[in-house]
Design a protein around this ligand. Structure first.
Ligand code: KIV
Ligand code: ZN
Length: 393
């Protein structure tokens, strides 16, 4: 970095409703998209990418409704550098308080040859035309060079120069197929900031896919290289293996303030409920061990960890569960738990036992784990109250 001494504002561009929604299994109805857009605005994202209006009448309608209803964030809509797409975006965004048209074209040699069948010059012409048309309709235009990471660097600079000259305010650099490594993406952003004409007047943006599980790491490295907008999704949903997970990115910056010196404006206490709303809408749960919002994110079962946690929570937690919306951490009693955790749980349940009784309950509780994974409060109560040992307790 770009490890600035003053805190830098990193803009959060959420594309759950576009890149996320267009992936298999995550399709949403218009009313679900609207509800989720409201939740994103409450979460405090800067930009909500609401959809791709020219892709279907349903998408057009959802973008239009979000643009009319949702306040507190810019509303973006995606367009290829085609007049029809730009026109559809402008019409769908008509009611928005802060509309953004997001125009894109592929720039990599592979995409130019096999997808677009265009020369470099044609790509530049289209980029320039798309941004110009968009700027004729709205002030806030973002330009994306699809597959930017696999594009020749010098050519990428030429395309971005043309987009800036045509009026783009944000230059998005997608790692469309999730191929980058953190060091490479950081170097690419440093190179672009040093070489694009007018770089100081635009915001550079990272859009990382997760094909190698590196989307969040790459987005953070892009910030180190000078990106000041990151494109991400709740729960990391998105094409193929997904996009960078918003909750992970935001918490990495929050938990390591000295490292990133970055502020996102996100109300992190809403992360869990926003994640859960998305799961309810799509019917797809996050995995148990998902960072921040998975069931195990603040749960501790092993005896050594539980003992440490009971003495000082910083031993095994780097953030407070309440900071991301959980009521508290969870000490889960199971096969790996130790005496200290069982005794503590019993105390919380109101049972202060003599050593001998405690040993018996612990032994009986451990025996339960031969047939069940978790020792529940009800199990402990039953054991102490003597269902197993008789009323003599
Ligand atoms: O991954 C990608 O390249 C995209 C662009 C359309 C921004 O989603
Ligand atoms: Zn994408």
């Amino acid at each position: 970095m770009s490890h600035p001494t003053t805190t830098d504002r990193i803009r959060i561009f959420d594309t759950s409703l576009r890149d996320g929604e267009q992936s298999p299994g995550f399709t949403m109805s218009a009313s679900q998209k609207i509800a989720f857009a409201h939740a994103l605005a409450e979460l405090g994202v800067d930009v909500i990418e609401a959809g791709f209006p020219n892709s279907s009448p349903a998408d057009f309608g959802a973008v239009q409704a979000i643009a009319r209803e949702v306040r507190g964030a810019s509303i973006a809509a995606l367009a290829r550098c085609h007049p029809g797409d730009i026109e559809a975006c402008a019409r769908a965004l008509d009611g928005a308080a802060a509309p953004r048209i997001h125009a894109f074209i592929s720039t990599s040699p592979l995409h130019r040859k096999h997808k677009l069948n265009m020369s470099r010059e044609q790509v530049i012409e289209h980029a320039s035309m798309g941004v110009t048309l968009a700027r004729n309709r709205v002030d806030d235009v973002e330009f994306s060079a699809e597959d930017a990471f696999r594009t020749e660097r010098e050519f990428l600079v030429e395309v971005f120069d043309a987009a800036v000259a045509a009026g783009a305010r944000t230059l998005n650099v997608p790692d469309t197929v999730g191929y980058a490594t953190p060091a490479e993406i950081r170097a690419l952003f440093e190179y672009l900031r040093a070489n694009v004409k007018g770089a100081d007047g635009v915001v550079f943006s990272a859009h990382c896919h997760n094909d190698l599980g590196l989307a969040v790491a790459n987005s953070l490295a892009a910030i180190e290289g000078g990106a000041r907008q990151v494109e991400c999704t709740i729960n990391g949903i998105g094409e193929r293996a997904g996009n960078a997970a918003l909750e992970e990115l935001v918490m990495a910056m929050k938990v390591r303030p000295g490292y990133f010196n970055a502020d996102t404006g996100i109300d992190t206490t809403r992360l869990l409920e926003t994640s859960r709303l998305l799961s309810r809408i799509t019917g797809i749960q996050v995995q148990r061990n998902k960072a921040i919002v998975g069931l195990n994110a603040f749960a501790h079962e092993s005896g050594i960890h539980q003992h440490g946690m009971l003495k000082h929570r910083d031993t095994y937690e780097i953030m407070r569960p309440q900071d991301v919306g959980w009521p508290d951490s969870q000490i889960v009693l199971g096969r790996h738990s130790g005496r200290a955790a069982v005794a503590d749980r019993l105390r919380q349940l109101g049972y202060v036992l003599e050593d001998e009784q405690l040993d018996q309950v612990i032994a009986a509780a451990k025996a339960l784990t031969q047939t069940q994974h978790i020792i529940h409060d009800a199990d402990l109560q039953r054991l102490v109250e003597g269902e197993r040992y008789g009323p003599g307790w």
